[in-house]
Design a protein around this ligand. Structure first.
Ligand code: SF4
Length: 273
């Protein structure tokens, strides 16, 4: 892993994502190596054109946190990195950032795959409105192939339980739903006691990582590969498959009346105009 410390002019960015006004990413790059990572295009725009995503990490330094309480704004921490990647244990950049937000009036969400967030219960509990979301896609066994360096999903669920017990609001982000592999119903049932809501995102395959995902499925699940690939063969096939899945999820979630859910299917729909 090529780790650099870089001067950052700012740490908070206006976003086109519909569910947020601002994003904060304390690092550029990630350590988890998810085969489906849609943030990999960032390498080209951050001075890492010839490096493979998840082989470098830039640690943002020397920024001035804005003197703004961001009243009623929605802030997402971790849209293009895991703020609790392996190096956060050493550098504590996310932890420092959270201390800057203790007097914030924003609605803040953090997205992670790591139980390292438990370290920060002290500061999390001082922030007025913060939710910690855990990304969950598949079971521990498949995650070894699709998220090889991330903590196993079972550890994330245990971290959700521990945060919830500590009075921190948590949510589950079932993302990406991988056709034929993600058992979203089992995941929902395993988090329903802790989650304040569940988000669902489908597997969108664009850019360079499409071939990587195809290779994993082809190599390890040759019997399923053709069916899997056919979903991504055309726009029409893609929308047909996911519209049906979307309905199926709505129907399932109606049986979980106490648990709200949000859909983040189709990336174009998730962006502001
Ligand atoms: S944790 Fe998120 S940012 Fe990191 S590699 Fe996985 S999908 Fe990409």
């Amino acid at each position: 892993m090529n780790v650099n410390h870089v001067n950052a002019h700012s740490i908070i960015t206006i976003t086109k994502l519909k569910n947020a006004d601002f994003t904060i990413n304390p690092y550029i790059g990630c350590t988890h190596g998810c085969v489906y990572c849609y943030a990999e295009y960032m390498a080209r725009f951050t001075g890492h054109k010839n490096e493979k995503w998840c082989t470098f990490l830039d640690v943002k330094e020397n920024y001035t946190f804005p003197d703004n309480k961001f009243q009623d704004k929605n802030i997402l921490i971790g849209s293009a990195t895991d703020p609790y990647n392996h190096f956060e244990k050493q550098f504590e950049k996310t932890r420092a950032l959270l201390w800057n937000l203790t007097d914030s009036l924003a609605h803040i969400e953090i997205l992670t795959k790591s139980p390292l967030v438990l370290r920060d219960i002290d500061v999390l509990s001082q922030i007025k409105d913060i939710k910690v979301g855990f990304s969950l896609s598949v079971d521990d066994e498949l995650a070894r192939l699709t998220e090889p360096f991330a903590p196993p999903p079972s550890e994330r669920i245990e971290a959700m339980r521990a945060l919830h017990a500590a009075g921190i609001t948590v949510f589950a982000f079932i993302s990406p739903i991988i056709p034929f592999f993600s058992d979203y119903q089992t995941i929902v049932k395993s988090v329903e006691k802790y989650a304040s809501y569940v988000g669902f995102e489908n597997l969108n395959l664009r850019g360079g990582f499409k071939a990587d995902v195809f290779n994993v499925i082809r190599e390890h699940f040759p019997n399923i590969f053709q069916r899997f690939a056919s979903i991504y063969f055309s726009r029409q096939a893609f929308y047909k498959f996911w519209r049906i899945k979307e309905r199926e999820i709505h129907e399932f979630m109606q049986t979980m009346e106490h648990l709200p859910h949000k859909m983040y299917f189709f990336h174009d729909d998730n962006k502001k105009d």
